[in-house]
Design a protein around this ligand. Structure first.
Ligand SMILES: [Zn+2]
Length: 341
């Protein structure tokens, strides 16, 4: 098959479009012909290299995949069936998996990350339980753009932060993959959503997703604006994934009893915390990573019925994966960047 692989860490230039061996599915695994694969920041981290995270070389990235089943061994998902893939891979047998917390499985992996070859390729193999059949009206590009970011945002809002109707929610960087998903999920569940965006164009796009107020984060003081817009109260929930550049303002934006949930630190891993504010305002700071297979299946009907829709920034052919990663790395996008295979 053709695939995009890297043989060493570095910038987008290390990505090579080349021949690779076809994946060989084991019993209990399906072989899928990839039609679309969305990019995530995870792809950039592993290409650049992370201390403490060995990546077997050569490596194929890609966690968000839609395509057609080639072989599965089970009648419910026959060859030709259109599917999207659960990005979380777990053993299915341990206490965490069987208690509905498969993202806490000791063997948990993300498709396309570390040991598991992903969707920057014509073919990929996954466990059968990772197949989600697609209805005919959902195209491959939209399907590939959905799983990882909507799963992440759903787990942050609905499981970790326990979103309730009427909550005020601040979503950082509404143009990011997690941001556009979080705005839509929060609005659908009756929240008033404040969002931040990096340019005038992105402000309009965030409003069109349902955000009530959009703050330009390069020009305005986010916490100051949140306090002004909420009559000095602050918000119940902050959805963080930016990290060092925004952390202090995110904590200052919280109301009494507020919950901050973070799933990433794209601008750096260190943030300070005012402990007086933490206890006196009874704040809760939570981490979140991916979500359960059940969480994704809870979000899927809202996608298939058209009530949530992943925003597509633009598509690139598989061979142009380096250009696609450059665009993501420069934060030029609003929504998901997708490779067509
Ligand atoms: Zn397990």
């Amino acid at each position: 098959m053709k695939a995009i692989r890297f043989h060493e860490h570095g910038g987008p230039e290390v990505l090579r479009y080349e021949d690779a061996a076809d994946p060989q599915p084991a019993p209990g695994e399906a072989l899928v012909r990839v039609r679309a694969c969305a990019l995530n920041h995870l792809d950039l981290w592993e290409r650049s290299g992370l201390p403490q995270v060995p990546i077997p070389m050569p490596h194929i990235s890609g966690s968000d995949v839609a395509g057609e089943v080639i072989s599965s061994g089970v009648a419910e998902v026959p060859p030709g069936r259109r599917v999207m893939l659960q990005p979380g891979i777990s053993c299915g047998r341990c206490v965490e998996c069987l208690s509905g917390r498969d993202n806490e499985c000791p063997g948990y992996q993300v498709l396309g990350y570390r040991d598991h070859a992903g969707g920057y390729a014509e073919l990929v193999k996954v466990p059968l339980q990772n197949l989600i059949p697609l209805p005919d009206h959902i195209d491959f590009v939209s399907a590939a753009a959905f799983p990882l970011t909507f799963l992440t945002a759903w787990h942050m809002l609905m499981v970790r932060a326990q979103l309730e109707r009427g909550d005020d929610v601040l979503v950082l960087a509404a143009g990011s993959g997690v941001g556009q998903a979080a705005v839509q999920i929060a609005v659908l569940h009756g929240a008033r959503v404040f969002a931040t965006a990096g340019s005038a164009g992105k402000v309009e796009q965030a409003r069109s997703l349902g955000a009530s107020h959009v703050i330009q984060h390069y020009e305005q003081d986010v916490a100051g604006e949140i306090m002004r817009l909420t009559n000095r109260r602050g918000v119940d929930i902050v959805i963080e994934h930016v990290g060092e550049a925004t952390w202090a303002g995110s904590v200052r934006s919280l109301a009494r009893g507020g919950r901050l949930v973070t799933c990433g630190a794209t601008t750096g891993p260190h943030g300070t915390l005012n402990l007086n504010a933490l206890f006196s305002k009874r704040l809760t700071i939570m981490g979140s990573y991916m979500g359960t297979k059940g969480n994704l299946l809870q979000a899927v009907p809202l996608f298939f019925s058209g009530r949530m829709k992943p925003v597509i920034d633009r598509t690139f052919p598989l061979a142009d994966a380096a250009a696609a990663q450059r665009r993501l790395g420069e934060s030029e996008q609003f929504g998901k960047i997708v490779l067509e295979v």
